[in-house]
Design a protein around this ligand. Structure first.
Ligand SMILES: NC(=O)c1ccc[n+]([C@@H]2O[C@H](COP(=O)([O-])OP(=O)(O)OC[C@H]3O[C@@H](n4cnc5c(N)ncnc54)[C@H](O)[C@@H]3O)[C@@H](O)[C@H]2O)c1
Length: 407
């Protein structure tokens, strides 16, 4: 049986990996150890998974004593490269959460380490497994709209989900690479995958005017905030799972899960607009809004033989999209409008995508006709757009990925 270890025991690490591995995949793989910079949080793996798992206080020691086949990396984004490269050097395969990393230099270092090690890094792009997106991929691949010439793409986060990125480590560019890397890596990966093409050039604009020090009535954190009764963003960290995972562990590392979203410390954008040119000639205009009144996405592909559109709203807002939500519509050159029945989300995390990808990660991927498993190259290309967009905004210029990547 293959031996797995995991570094990073926050909400994603526990709910997405350690807990399901221990509960659902123990006949297939063995979870032999966990490590987190916060040992109290790492110790919770046994609690959530219902089985004792060794907690190590040193990552290198975990590698040398367990000699795992695979290392799962679910730390904060900016530390992914550190653990991925160490694991590869120790002769392990790696499963790393998105975004693969946060800078071009780190991405190139992961690529080189993977090549040198002969081992494999899998980047977790679970959204490729959402039945709805898989259907879009099939349709575009089938050539129903011909060659894609342009993509119009809007992604909206509401003030519940969107605000959450401004409460914790994500709000500092040095940790997350900004929302254009941390969050948009999912969105860019989907388009790269749909088009089976690579981005080559990026222009971007962005701002942060909703979160950050935009109101006077702010504090360090919700728990002790004098305005908690009147603030619509008040987060009660005494609620599960935040109480055990964060509040009870914060004495070790000072990680406040409920930091104020109006803090001066925030240095990432909450509104961005990005233009991308692809190698085969398609152009994309993309926007991300982290303070929308509702959550969802709209996308349109204009092809040589027609146009494909869809809209997907978060379940909490499905009534806003009556008639268009979860519907794929194709307009062809014969003047027809064709409505495609779309698969519904499945129960489980991210519309059932998490369950599907876990089977492939932990039992094995026998066939992959849509190319849903993602490699280092996919990880590099999706973050490449976000990192190039960051440079474009900072230096006020068009940025080519070839400035940083060899191919
Ligand atoms: N694919 C998805 O849909 C999805 C969803 C959520 C999160 N994620 C990814 O999962 C990762 C973790 O996110 P999260 O929401 O669980 O965050 P989190 O803050 O809950 O957990 C991060 C963990 O990393 C640990 N950590 C921080 N620095 C470390 C270091 N130097 N060494 C070891 N451990 C360290 C923290 O103590 C914490 O336990 C992120 O990369 C995020 O992008 C992916």
């Amino acid at each position: 049986m293959k031996k797995f270890v995991q570094v990073g025991c926050g909400i994603r690490g526990i709910e997405g990996y350690a807990e399901p591995i221990l509960k659902d995949f123990s006949e297939h793989i063995e979870m032999c150890g966990v490590y987190d910079i916060n040992p109290k949080r790492a110790a919770l793996v046994s609690h959530y998974g219902g089985k004792d798992v060794p907690v190590f206080d040193d990552f290198d020691e975990m590698l040398s004593s367990v000699k795992p086949d695979t290392v799962i990396v679910t730390t904060k984004d900016s530390m992914h490269d550190f653990y991925v490269i160490k694991a590869l050097k120790a002769g392990c395969d790696v499963i790393v959460e998105k975004p693969m990393t946060t800078t071009f230099e780190k991405a190139n270092a992961i690529k080189a380490a993977e090549k040198e090690s002969g081992k494999t890094v899998t980047v977790v792009f679970n959204l490729r497994y959402l039945p709805f997106f898989a259907r879009v991929k099939e349709l575009i691949k089938s050539g129903v709209i011909g060659d894609v010439l342009s993509v119009h793409y809007e992604w909206l986060l509401d003030t519940q989900h969107g605000a959450d990125y401004f409460r914790r480590w994500h709000r500092k560019r040095e940790n997350s690479g900004s929302l254009l890397v941390h969050k948009s890596t999912h969105h860019f990966d989907l388009v790269n995958w749909f088009l089976e093409d690579d981005p080559i050039a990026v222009n971007a604009f962005g701002s942060r005017k909703y979160y950050g020090p935009t109101r006077e009535k702010r504090s360090q954190r919700c728990l002790t905030c004098p305005y908690k009764k009147e603030c619509e963003f008040y987060l009660d960290i005494n609620q599960p799972p935040m109480d055990k995972l964060y509040l009870a562990c914060e004495d070790v590392d000072g990680y406040y899960r409920d930091s104020c979203i109006f803090s001066e410390e925030i240095d990432i954008e909450d509104t961005v607009s990005v233009n991308v040119l692809y190698k085969k000639g398609a152009v994309m205009s993309y926007s991300l809004t982290a303070h929308s009144p509702y959550e969802g996405l709209r996308i349109a592909f204009n092809g040589t033989d027609g146009r494909l559109e869809f809209c997907k709203l978060d379940g909490r807002y499905s009534e806003f999209g009556q008639g268009i939500n979860n519907v794929i519509t194709i307009y062809n050159r014969s003047g027809e409008k064709i409505t495609i029945n779309t698969p519904q989300d499945l129960p489980g995390g991210h519309g059932g995508a998490d369950e599907k990808i876990r089977e492939n990660l932990f039992i094995g991927c026998k066939s992959d006709p849509l190319g849903q498993m993602a490699d280092v190259r996919a990880g590099m290309m999706s973050i490449g757009i976000g990192m190039a967009a960051n440079i474009s905004m900072k230096e006020n210029r068009r940025v080519y990925l070839s400035e940083f990547y060899d191919d």
